[in-house]
Design a protein around this ligand. Structure first.
Ligand SMILES: *Cc1c(COP(=O)(O)O)cnc(C)c1O
Length: 460
């Protein structure tokens, strides 16, 4: 499989080079040159366990790895999970819930970042190279990436997080990892500031090459492709149980990485009737799918902080396909957005894309959903998952069951749980341990110069 830039520049890359490159050199995002069609494999795959299914799907995107290498990567990545099924699916009231939070840091980011970290290590081991990872986090990516690469040879990691805007536990999950190769940077700004700084530094190709910069954000294709697997796994599980022939997925969305993986799964041939895109009050994506207009507002802090995002980096991949896979048209749209802060795509029958339904779950609705699922269905969901369930409940289809992706363990957000049900019932031993550990981070202004200088000074 070759990878090309959404903006049409550069030469095609193989999978491993695409992973090492992260953001394409012309500022675009890397996408597979073709989307594999696996419709004739669905029957054979429907009974596979998670790791074997991951192998079948990922090998279609990474044919420059040997089968043996890919199997090793998958086994090493998912052996760290605390649940034997990796992504178990439970029924809860009118929906099914796919739990993606059984990895080391209790959020779905582990699914892709365990894989990406092992992949980085394997490639560096072969080439004898080094890597300085620079990433921005709205809360969960940072800790998942840090846990993926802590203590590994040849890898240094720099994570920017918005000071005071991640939950206290999310912060401790990063700052209590005191390995010498880990650098946590609290920036005096928002996640969008961090992501913009990161993209600017990556677009400076000489600096990127000199510092051997690598990306763990979902601009990195390896993340999207590892996430495609659980759409297949959850759909097969629910279709087997319910005898349905199609499913819907509800996805709490911030950076459009998770739901984009669902879009690829659908294009590969998985029978997905609808992708239900759910946002919190930071609703740029929900507004876009309902009106065709994409313009960012101010980021507001919510009880689902990992979705407090107004400029979704992966959106460019979707936009590329939506504008007819035409890099010139995409470049125009992105240039217009950079200049005016807005872009528009025409609606077809009142929709941007018939596969998507989009809605907002606000704070009150989110708390109510947590309360109801706890009381009525004995299921405790975290506030991100609750946003997805809340929007899903408005668009249920009688004959296509809805699978809500549970993106974090509720214990990561004890304050929201307490607000919703009045009691502090969300606990996890992994998080309890953090409270007494020493923490380490630096605070820097949210400017490209400050971050660049810090990385230059501490890079290997
Ligand atoms: C990152 C994250 C999301 C949003 O995922 P995107 O890929 O950014 O859309 C939702 N919930 C949780 C818990 C997250 O960590």
């Amino acid at each position: 499989m070759n990878y090309i830039s959404t903006r049409g520049g550069g030469t095609a890359l193989r999978f491993q080079d695409a992973v090492m490159t992260g953001l394409a050199d012309d500022g675009g995002l890397l996408i597979p040159a073709a989307i594999p069609n696996v419709r004739d494999r669905l029957n054979d795959w429907s009974g596979l366990d998670y790791k074997n299914l991951a192998f079948e799907i990922l090998r279609r995107f990474s044919d420059d790895l040997t089968d043996h290498e890919l199997r090793e990567l998958i086994v090493r990545s998912y052996n760290t999970f605390r649940h034997s099924e990796i992504a178990p699916v439970l029924a809860a009231g009118p929906v099914h819930i796919c739990e993606l939070f059984h990895g080391p840091t209790l959020a779905f980011k582990d699914i892709a970042l365990q894989f990406l970290s092992n992949l980085y290590e394997m490639i560096l081991h072969r080439t004898g190279g080094r890597l300085n990872i620079l990433g921005a986090t709205s809360g969960d990516t940072g800790s998942a990436a840090i846990h993926g690469v802590r203590g590994r040879n040849g890898i240094n990691i720099f994570i920017m997080f918005p000071k005071g805007r991640v939950s206290p536990l999310q912060e401790l999950q990063m700052t209590t990892v005191t390995d010498a190769n880990v650098h946590c940077i609290a920036i005096e700004g928002t996640f969008d500031d961090g992501q913009r700084i990161m993209k600017n530094i990556f677009s400076d190709v000489p600096t990127k090459d000199r510092l051997a910069l690598g990306s763990i954000n979902s601009v990195n294709w390896a993340r999207v492709c590892a996430q495609i697997v659980y759409y297949f796994f959850a759909a097969f599980t629910v279709m087997r149980r319910t005898k349905a022939t199609e499913v819907c997925f509800a996805v709490p969305t911030g950076n459009f990485g998770d739901i984009l993986a669902g879009w690829y799964a659908a294009k590969m041939g998985l029978p997905i009737r609808r992708l239900i895109l759910a946002t919190n009050e930071n609703d740029i994506l929900a507004r876009f799918f309902n009106t065709g207009e994409y313009f960012s507002g101010k980021t507001v802090p919510t009880i689902s902080p990992s979705m407090d995002i107004q400029v979704a980096s992966n959106f460019e991949r979707f936009l590329y396909y939506r504008t007819g896979s035409d890099p010139a048209r995409l470049r125009d749209l992105m240039a217009g957005f950079a200049k005016n802060g807005t872009l528009t795509v025409p609606l077809v029958n009142g929709l941007v894309d018939p596969l998507f339904r989009a809605g907002v779950g606000d704070t009150k609705q989110t708390l109510d959903t947590i309360f109801r699922y706890h009381r009525n269905h004995s299921t405790l969901v975290d506030p991100h998952t609750a946003v997805g369930i809340n929007v899903a409940e408005r668009v249920l289809e009688p004959d296509a069951p809805t699978i809500c992706l549970a993106t974090a363990h509720p214990a990561k957000f004890p304050d929201a749980i307490k607000m919703a049900i009045g009691r502090d019932v969300a606990r996890h031993a992994v998080l309890e341990e953090l409270k007494n550990k020493p923490a380490r981070s630096v605070t820097l202004p949210a400017t490209e110069d400050a971050i660049r200088a810090y990385v230059e000074a501490h890079a290997r």
